[in-house]
Ligand binder design. Structure first.
Ligand SMILES: [Zn+2]
Ligand SMILES: [Zn+2]
Length: 369
């Protein structure tokens, strides 16, 4: 198969010193280049930072840096329902108190809006209530952040320490420290609750695009006398990323490349890859037949429509329709499937990593109508 697609990797949920992150844009861009990313979108809390977009370069390469915003209502208790706005190119924090107008204003401005870390566990160890999405009377959002690395890390700690919370807080804290030292041994994939939510939307016929990201802050972690920058930006840029597939390459012009990138994310021509377990850049999910397309595309059902998956290495590959696995293979790098009914077909790949099979690739669906 001749592959004419252009694959780009990026991280699109990042905080700088303009909110609660540790570094500024230039230093974060350098970390992104070091991690081999092609684009990053910084999303500070309730502030749209201007004057920093563009290509950042060094002797190792370049990265496109764009600005979005993570908006939430600071007067809400808990301060949940975080909204990621991309490409609205204006301040949106003033709409934070009403999630629907926040979505509407984002879309009206030509932007895309995603629900950040939609499912989270309460974290009694730290006295925190979960910051998932709580305000479900909404419509018109672009999609879900199906995998947020830092949120997954918090959830792992919550699940490991909940039983201990009344017995021995010190044991619980040491357990959390062990997880923080080796998060790769504990993270298995997106929260099953988030995937179920996504499948539920898809089974209702909705178009809901998936993205995945780091939520990098670069914050030092303090646990008693022990203090270190536990999740540096560069580390996180090698973990959960959003990968887009473009029919035309970036040409180095910021406006040109912004348009291509935003169209791809808006159409779902992208997948979420856990690149720490293995690079996912060469993943492909296409539909062949009378009409041809890729993940995120909508095609007529029938006419010999055949789904084709190519994984970067042999792994477990699943095709999922509305929450049901319709076909699955083990230790294969290719899978072909001819659907027998219309619907939204998405792909998951799992790979052995750190002694266990882990979630690796989560593709947006191909919609057969
Ligand atoms: Zn958030
Ligand atoms: Zn965030």
């Amino acid at each position: 198969m001749i592959d004419t697609w252009h694959s780009y990797s990026g991280n699109i949920h990042i905080h700088t010193r303009f909110s609660d992150g540790e570094k500024l844009h230039d230093a974060i861009a350098q970390d992104a280049i070091a991690a081999g990313l092609d684009f990053i979108i910084v999303t500070d809390h309730n502030v749209y930072v201007t004057g920093v977009e563009g290509y950042y370069r060094n002797e190792r390469g370049r990265v496109l840096l764009l600005t979005g915003e993570e908006v939430h209502n600071v007067r809400r208790r808990p301060q949940a329902s975080h909204f990621l706005a991309y490409n609205a190119r204006k301040e949106l924090a003033s709409y934070a108190s009403d999630p629907q107008s926040l979505i509407d204003e984002t879309v009206k401005a030509g932007g895309l809006g995603f629900l950040a870390h939609p499912y989270e566990e309460d974290l009694p160890l730290m006295g925190e209530i979960n910051l998932g999405w709580h305000d479900w009377d909404i419509e018109g959002f672009s999609g879900l952040e199906i995998w947020n690395y830092m949120s997954s890390f918090k959830n792992v700690i919550a699940r490991h320490t909940t039983d201990l919370r009344w017995k021995n807080k010190l044991i619980a804290k040491l357990g959390a420290l062990r997880i923080a030292l080796h998060p790769e041994r504990y993270l298995n994939g997106p929260e099953p609750e988030t995937l179920a939510l996504w499948d539920d939307f898809l089974s209702k016929g909705m178009r809901v695009n998936a993205i995945g990201s780091s939520d990098a802050h670069g914050t030092p972690m303090q646990l008693g006398p022990w203090r270190r920058e536990i999740f540096p930006y560069e580390f996180l840029f090698r973990a959960v990323n959003t990968h887009v597939l473009l029919s035309r390459p970036f040409n180095g012009d910021v406006e040109h490349d912004r348009l291509l990138l935003m169209q791809a994310i808006g159409r779902g021509n992208c997948w979420v890859g856990y690149d720490m377990a293995g690079p996912t850049k060469d993943f492909r999910f296409t539909v062949q037949g009378a009409a041809k397309g890729i993940m995120g595309d909508e095609m007529p059902f029938g006419f010999g429509a055949t789904l084709q998956i190519r994984a970067p290495v042999r792994c477990r590959i699943r095709v999922i329709r509305h929450g049901q696995v319709v076909t699955e293979v083990e230790r294969e790098s290719n899978l072909t499937y001819i659907p027998d009914e219309p619907g939204a077909y998405r792909v998951e790949c799992l790979i052995p990593y750190e002694g266990r099979e882990r979630g690796w690739i989560y593709s947006n669906p191909i919609y057969l109508r």
